[in-house]
Write a protein that binds this ligand. Structure first.
Ligand SMILES: NC(=O)C1=CN([C@@H]2O[C@H](COP(=O)(O)OP(=O)(O)OC[C@H]3O[C@@H](n4cnc5c(N)ncnc54)[C@H](OP(=O)(O)O)[C@@H]3O)[C@@H](O)[C@H]2O)C=CC1
Ligand SMILES: CC(C)(CO)C(=O)C(=O)O
Length: 311
C-alpha cells in the first residue's frame, strides 16, 4: 500500500518504520525541517527497549514538497496541529486517499471532516507508544494494539484492507464496534495517565506503583462517567480502569513517559484541552459537576506557563 504518515513525530515515525518493514511504500511528512533533513541524510534512528540503535532508510518530506498520491494518509500530528497539516496537504487529499487518525483526544473527526468527506475518514485509538529523542531519532518501548472504525461504514468498503495492512506489520489492529466509545475510552485513559504522570513527573509503571493510584484514577473517571452518561456516550469507568492497569507492566507501557510528559519536557503545548479540559467544558455545558478534571487541566496549563517562562 502507498502510505503517507502526516505528522511523523514519535508515533508517526514508529508506525512508518513498521509499515515500511512490512513492504509498504511509506513517505514521512513533517514540518520540522531538522527532523526531515536528519531522516533523509542518516535514516530514521530507532532505539529499542534493549537500548540498541538501528537506522532505517526512509523518505521524509515537508508538506509543501509532497506531489505524489497515496492510498492511505495516516494523520499523527498533535491534535492542535491537525487542521494546519490538512490544509497543507490540500492537493494530496484532492486525490481521495483514505485518511486515518489514531491521535489522542476528543474532537479529531470534527477537524478532519472540514477537509475530507466523511466517507474517506477512519478513526481509532492506539496504545502503541513512542518517544522523540531528537531530530531523526525515536525511542520505542513495549507493544500495543489498535482499534479503528470508518466514520461512515456503509460508504467505506475497504476497512479490512487497512486492518490487514496494519496487521501484516504486526500492529494488532481490530475493528471497533462503536468508535465514539473507543475514543472516550482512550481519552479517559490519557486523562489519567498522561495528566498525572506529567504532574508527578513519573512514568506509567511508577504511577501504577503509587498506593493511591486508584483514588487519583477514580477522581477523573467518575466525572468522565457522569459527563458521558449525560451526553449519551457509551463509557465504562471500570473498563477504562482495567485498560489503565494493563499499561503498568514493563511489557506494555510501564517504562513509557506519556506523550504529554514528553511535550512538557520539551516545553511544547500539551493536548490537555482535548482530554480533561474537553470533559470539563462539556460537563459545564451539560450542568454536570467536573471539579477534578477542570482543576487538572488548569494545573497542566500552569505547568506549561512555568516551564515556558524559563525559556
Ligand atoms: N507518543 C506516544 O507514545 C503516543 C502518542 N499518541 C498521540 O499521537 C499523536 C502524535 O503524538 P507524538 O507522536 O507523541 O507527537 P510528537 O511530539 O512526537 O510529534 C508531533 C509533531 O510535533 C512536532 N515536534 C515535536 N517535537 C518537536 C521539536 N522538538 N521541535 C520541533 N517540532 C517538534 C512535529 O511537527 P511539526 O514540526 O510539523 O509541527 C511532530 O510531527 C498525539 O495525538 C498523541 O497524543 C498516542 C499514543 C501514544
Ligand atoms: C501510550 C499512552 C497510552 C500512554 O498514556 C499514550 O496514549 C500516550 O503516551 O499519549
Amino acid at each position: 500500500m502507498k502510505i503517507a504518515i502526516a505528522g511523523a513525530g514519535a508515533m508517526g515515525s514508529r508506525f512508518g518504520v513498521k509499515l515500511q518493514a512490512a513492504g509498504n511504500d511509506v513517505t514521512l511528512i513533517d514540518n520540522w525541517a531538522d527532523h526531515v533533513a536528519a531522516i533523509n541524510a542518516n535514516g530514521l534512528m530507532v532505539t529499542s527497549d534493549d537500548g540498541k540503535d538501528q537506522a532505517y532508510p526512509m523518505t521524509a518530506l515537508a508538506p509543501k514538497d509532497v506531489t505524489t498520491t497515496f492510498d492511505l494518509v495516516i494523520l499523527f500530528t498533535k491534535t492542535m496541529q491537525m487542521d494546519q497539516m490538512l490544509t497543507d496537504l490540500h492537493a494530496v487529499l484532492a486525490n481521495h486517499p483514505a485518511v486515518l487518525t489514531l491521535a489522542n483526544g476528543i474532537g479529531n473527526v470534527e477537524t478532519i471532516e472540514k477537509h475530507v468527506p466523511r466517507s474517506q475518514i477512519v478513526v481509532g485509538t492506539t496504545v502503541w507508544s513512542s518517544g522523540l529523542v531528537g531530530p531523526g531519532h525515536i525511542k520505542v518501548t513495549g507493544t500495543g494494539s489498535i482499534s479503528l472504525q470508518a466514520v461512515d461504514p456503509a460508504n467505506f468498503p475497504n476497512l479490512d484492507d487497512i486492518i490487514s495492512t496494519l496487521n501484516a506489520a504486526g500492529m494488532n489492529a481490530s475493528p471497533a464496534d462503536d468508535v465514539m466509545a473507543a475514543i472516550w475510552k482512550k481519552a479517559g485513559l490519557n486523562s489519567v495517565l498522561n495528566t498525572y504522570c506529567t504532574l508527578l513527573n513519573c512514568n506509567i509503571g511508577e504511577f501504577g506503583a503509587l498506593p493511591n493510584w486508584r483514588d487519583l484514577n477514580d477522581a477523573v473517571l467518575d466525572e468522565f462517567q457522569a459527563v458521558a452518561d449525560a451526553a449519551k456516550i457509551t463509557f465504562s469507568a471500570s473498563d477504562v480502569t482495567t485498560l489503565i492497569a494493563a499499561q503498568f507492566s514493563p511489557e506494555t507501557n510501564g517504562g513509557h513517559y506519556p506523550s504529554m510528559h514528553q511535550d512538557m519536557a520539551n516545553h511544547r503545548p500539551t493536548e490537555v484541552d482535548f482530554l480533561n479540559g474537553y470533559v470539563a467544558r462539556l460537563g459545564k455545558k451539560l450542568g454536570v459537576p467536573v471539579p477534578h478534571n477542570a482543576i487538572l487541566a488548569q494545573l497542566i496549563h500552569s505547568q506549561e506557563a512555568l516551564v515556558t517562562a524559563k525559556d
